[in-house]
Design a protein around this ligand. Structure first.
Ligand SMILES: *Cc1c(COP(=O)(O)O)cnc(C)c1O
Length: 411
């Protein structure tokens, strides 16, 4: 089989990520924790560095040249983000500190005023805590409840059940685009169509989709789309909420402060239009300028190509892991991203994670912020290897060899 990348292509891509060069415990690093946070290309590091060296000022406050420059770089990042997800308009993109803040904003500003006793927020069994806990908090205040649609044993969403659960009590549905544990890619366009037919807004958590798939919010047809910058090769503390303009216009502010007002009076303050209404205080300006550079970088390679590279890596890793005796993979949906959660019979996830670390291999062990999913599988924790386009087939071979060695040691 001919691969999407030649070894020379792969070398060139890896050379863009300085951190991949380092050793850990005296071994060359194998970084398989990309679903936790991704490494940053030189373009991002240099853009942030250049911003602080050359353009640093606060945004939307000063008329001096630096203030205008910083504002135009920051607002330029919003344009880049809007194009990246194919939004109708830049004003539909709110810059947040990440997915967590984006979902909390929707929970408090959109959902809470509309919730009462008997109402329901519908989500699924495979959600990250960031797409569960904010809903529980606003339900606790309003007497509403959170319900979770079931999943199949292979980690696919039971889409029929989800659709059946879209009853009139449901005031909002929230589903992940790609599971951070199972890798499952959910049929979000279909779910959005069904929700829309019933007049129920749908929020999609795109944290794990944005680094791997082309995102088109108009084609998906959802109402809210949240994602985080640091998994998309950008700086930590960056992310975005996209929402339909009509929804944003009907939403009151969540945080109050500077930069989000039109006029402040003690008799009553008036607020700026979206998106600035939702961006109180000084934002992570350098971070967003860096995120813009990350998106330019990713688009330079192309998300279709990234998807093809990662599918090859996923196939290779899956078949190699399946050959390890006693190894069980959680999440074998036909449509999945390059995330592999697994356990080995009789071996503790943390023990294996620690032994792999001694080999320079970084995987995550734990519950992956998805307790209800662990409860579904009846396990306290799993290991998770999450791959990115800068990983290689040789790294996968080193990883699987190390697992085989450790298994023999621990068995
Ligand atoms: C990482 C992640 C989040 C939370 O993102 P933050 O950057 O921590 O806000 C939410 N949902 C999913 C599916 C994730 O993978």
């Amino acid at each position: 089989m001919s691969r999407t990348l030649t070894p020379a292509d792969s070398q060139r891509i890896r050379a863009d990520f300085p951190l991949l060069d380092r050793t850990v415990h005296g071994k060359p690093l194998v970084y398989f924790d990309n679903a936790n946070t991704a490494q940053k290309p030189r373009a991002v590091i240099e853009t942030v560095d250049r911003f602080y060296r050359h353009s640093n000022a606060n945004v939307a406050r000063a008329v001096h040249a630096l203030g205008e420059e910083a504002t135009s770089l920051y607002e330029g990042a919003r344009d880049t983000l809007a194009r990246f997800i194919n939004a109708d308009a830049r004003d539909e993109v709110i810059l947040t500190s990440g997915t967590t803040q984006a979902i909390n904003l929707v929970a408090y500003s959109y959902a809470l005023p509309r919730l009462g006793p008997g109402d329901v927020i519908l989500t699924t069994r495979m959600e990250h805590h960031a797409n569960i806990v904010p809903w529980q908090l606003v339900c606790a205040r309003s007497g509403a409840t959170v319900k979770a649609a079931p999943i199949h044993a292979n980690g696919e969403l039971d889409a029929e059940a989800f659709i059946q659960m879209l009853t009139p009590e449901v005031k909002l549905a929230a589903v992940t685009h790609v599971s951070n544990v199972l890798g499952t890619i959910n049929p979000v366009a279909r779910l959005a169509r069904e929700a829309r037919r019933r007049g129920i807004p749908l929020l999609v958590d795109g944290s794990q989709a944005a680094p791997h798939l082309p995102i088109d919010v108009r084609a998906i047809g959802c109402d809210f789309y949240a994602f985080t910058g640091h998994k998309l090769f950008g700086p930590t503390g960056t992310g975005a909420l996209w929402a339909r303009r009509a929804l944003l216009e009907a939403m009151p502010p969540f945080f109050g402060g500077g930069e989000m007002i039109r006029e402040v009076r003690f008799e009553g303050t008036t607020f700026a239009d979206p998106p600035h209404r939702f961006e109180a205080g000084t934002p992570n300006i350098a971070g967003f300028v860096g995120l813009g550079a990350a998106i330019d970088y990713v688009q330079g390679i192309g998300l279709e190509r990234i998807g093809a590279i990662e599918r090859e890596l996923l196939e290779h890793a899956t078949s190699a892991l399946q050959a390890v005796p006693g190894l069980r993979i959680f999440g074998t949906a036909p449509d999945k991203a390059a995330v592999i959660a697994f356990l080995i019979d009789g071996v503790h996830a943390h023990d294996l994670g620690t032994l792999l670390d001694h080999e320079g291999i970084a995987v995550r062990s734990g519950h992956h912020c998805a307790h209800p999913l662990m409860q579904f599988y009846g396990v306290p924790a799993t290991l998770r290897a999450s791959l990115s386009f800068y990983n290689t087939h040789e790294e996968i071979d080193r990883f699987v060899e190390a697992i085989s060695r450790v298994r023999r040691l621990l068995a």
